[in-house]
Design a protein around this ligand. Structure first.
Ligand SMILES: Nc1ncnc2c1ncn2[C@@H]1O[C@H](COP(=O)(O)OP(=O)(O)OP(=O)(O)O)[C@@H](O)[C@H]1O
Ligand SMILES: [Mg+2]
Length: 273
């Protein structure tokens, strides 16, 4: 038998208490190990609700959400599910729990009651993955915005999750901070991490393996970034990211072959011809 997908949502519906409408209206979605999925959609379409369903912070009203085969309805399985799926939110400041960087990263593993040698191993590894080894003894609040968000990422990674759920984690960062954060995600992806990234920034969706569009509580489109930016994105009024505009220009001038969206190196090569 094959491995369970990391996330498997079947007919998931959810309404907030007192709400007169469903925030999620029958979502079917599977995310396999090692995939980087960009979840995109308008404000209020249900992306954050979906992320909370995937982390068992919310339980479906109808349908089921399985995390590595474990149904989030089974209360006894919830601690394991939360350990397997780490969430990183929008505001880095809100996620700081200790005044020194390495103590902040140690917070999660300490709460798991792990032995101190294991806590140290995890903190070292997570700081390395987040590119913060040189900052380990600095004050958490003295870091730049991008570093603070990488600190939140390190805290999430110290739990050694199977998947990361990122809810607009780059939206409050300056361009430099965003790039450093995304470059960490790129390395994590190469190491096999499963990433579900909610974003409004279309240029970030290009870097994913797969784009899923959420519209009014439904997953209405699911495919490769190449297919998405070849046309599907227009159906929901998403902006065309600069990389795609450049691709079209190069294509129009006959400097690139048609087909799927090329990587940055191919576009640079075409520009330098
Ligand atoms: N705690 C809550 N109580 C009641 N309704 C809520 C709550 N959180 C979200 N909603 C509603 O549920 C729907 C989906 O919200 P959700 O936050 O999942 O959307 P989103 O796609 O993440 O939006 P955004 O891009 O603005 O973050 C919206 O109509 C929203 O107003
Ligand atoms: Mg949201």
């Amino acid at each position: 038998m094959g491995k369970d997908p990391i996330f498997s949502l079947r007919g998931v519906e959810f309404a907030y208490p007192g709400a007169s409408f469903y925030a999620l209206r029958g979502v079917d979605l599977e995310v396999s190990e090692g995939e980087w999925v960009a979840l995109v959609g308008a404000n209020g379409s249900g992306k954050s609700t979906l992320a909370k369903i995937c982390n068992a912070l919310l339980i479906p009203a109808q349908g089921d959400c399985f995390v590595m085969g474990a149904n989030t309805r089974e209360e006894a399985l919830i601690p394991d599910i939360r350990r397997n799926v780490s969430l990183v939110f929008q505001n880095p400041e809100d996620q700081i729990v200790a005044s020194i960087v390495e103590e902040d990263v140690a917070f999660g593993p300490e709460n798991l009651g792990l032995p101190s040698s294991e806590i140290k191993r995890r903190v070292d590894r997570a700081l390395g993955l987040a590119g913060l080894l040189n900052e380990r003894r600095k004050g958490s609040f003295s870091l730049s915005g991008g570093q603070k968000q990488r600190l939140a990422l390190a805290g999430a990674l110290a739990l050694e999750p199977a998947a990361l759920l990122l809810d607009e984690s780059t939206s409050m960062l300056d361009p430099e901070g965003r790039l450093s954060f995304l470059s960490c995600l790129g390395s994590l992806k190469l190491s096999g991490m499963t990433i579900v990234q909610i974003t409004h920034r279309m240029e970030e969706a290009i870097q994913s393996d797969r784009v899923v569009v959420i519209d009014a509580g439904r997953a209405v489109w699911d495919g490769s970034p190449g297919d998405f930016f070849d046309g599907a994105y227009r159906d929901w009024s998403f902006e065309e990211p600069p990389g795609v505009a450049l691709y079209r220009e190069l294509l129009g001038r006959g400097l690139l072959p048609g087909g799927t969206l090329p990587d940055v190196d191919s576009m640079l090569g075409a520009l330098c011809l």
